[in-house]
Design a protein around this ligand. Sequence first.
Ligand SMILES: Nc1nc2c(ncn2[C@@H]2O[C@H](COP(=O)(O)OP(=O)(O)OP(=O)(O)O)[C@@H](O)[C@H]2O)c(=O)[nH]1
Ligand SMILES: [K+]
Ligand SMILES: [Mg+2]
Length: 329
Amino acid sequence: MGIVEKATEYHLGLLKAKLARYRAQLLEPTSKSGSSGTGFDVQKAGDARVALIGFPSVGKSTLLSKCTNTMSETAAYEFTTLTAIPGVMEYQGARIQLLDLPGIVEGASQGRGRGRQVVATAKTADLILIMLDATKSEEQRRLLEIELDAVGIRLNKRKPDVVFKRRTTGGLTTTVKLTKTDEKTIRTILASYKLHNCDVMIREDITTDEFIDVLIGTRKYIPCLYVYNKIDAISLEMVDKLARSENSVVISCEMALNLDYLVEQVWESLGLVKVYTKKRGERPDLSDPVCLRKGATIEGRSSKFSPHAQKVSLNHQVQDEDVVSIFTK
Ligand SMILES: Nc1nc2c(ncn2[C@@H]2O[C@H](COP(=O)(O)OP(=O)(O)OP(=O)(O)O)[C@@H](O)[C@H]2O)c(=O)[nH]1
Ligand SMILES: [K+]
Ligand SMILES: [Mg+2]
């Protein structure tokens, strides 16, 4: 960064830190703005929750009706769906809750009522499907991303590697060279949040925005798939282009095209694994796997159907098709 960029980064960083804190307060369910921060009152069920976010009439309800046993009203007019409708998809022994939601429009995160409720519900999901009408412009995708970003959802991003602890004394440590922000900006933002007594360790080359996200602390890092529907109505060239873009799946709900692949990708994106459990001295029950998220830890023994179980550490990270027996002393 040059001197001018550094000065801009500094002032803008401070300004954004203040704005971010103000907005986060507005989103608090307990704030004066009432219950605007809460989503629809639908119980989580199954192994994971997937939320359908999109403009009106992109085919969200048609997808729910095709992929689950639940029917959700579909029609050619906008705002057919007025509330959250849960359905269940079954795949590889997993029960995945698919949540059909009302369509949203630009400004949903700021507006009252349903739009805000929809984005708040998205926050509770383990995976977000941004559903797009393949016959419409790519602009719709950017607009939806802005709405989700505004409520603190970070799509397909990892939580920045910053460790932050309140202490009686303070210190800032960086283990990498910062090229997108600088220590002066970080220190001033900390001071503006009145965080004088804390240990901050920055372990990756973060941006100022990412640092603010860490300070706000309520950001949700959620994986996302872009689902382009209605490919029956576009050219093959366009289908090819969309299908090759990152984190994207192309489908036609109406013609039931590529829906199996979508479910497979949902499973992949959720990072689900199936694990078989067995009792001591018995064979594992392969008809009844337990679904866990990748990276979940387990204590006990792990094996891949092998007769010689391998004793694993207390925090063994489960792999797909592990067989585990859990011992209690
Ligand atoms: N050509 C085509 N039309 C589709 C497809 N999927 C859905 N539609 C049509 O798109 C229209 C809207 O479908 P819905 O499922 O109601 O859309 P929605 O996203 O739930 O709409 P809202 O609830 O109003 O937000 C209906 O007329 C569907 O028949 C598809 O794959 N291809
Ligand atoms: K509709
Ligand atoms: Mg609908």
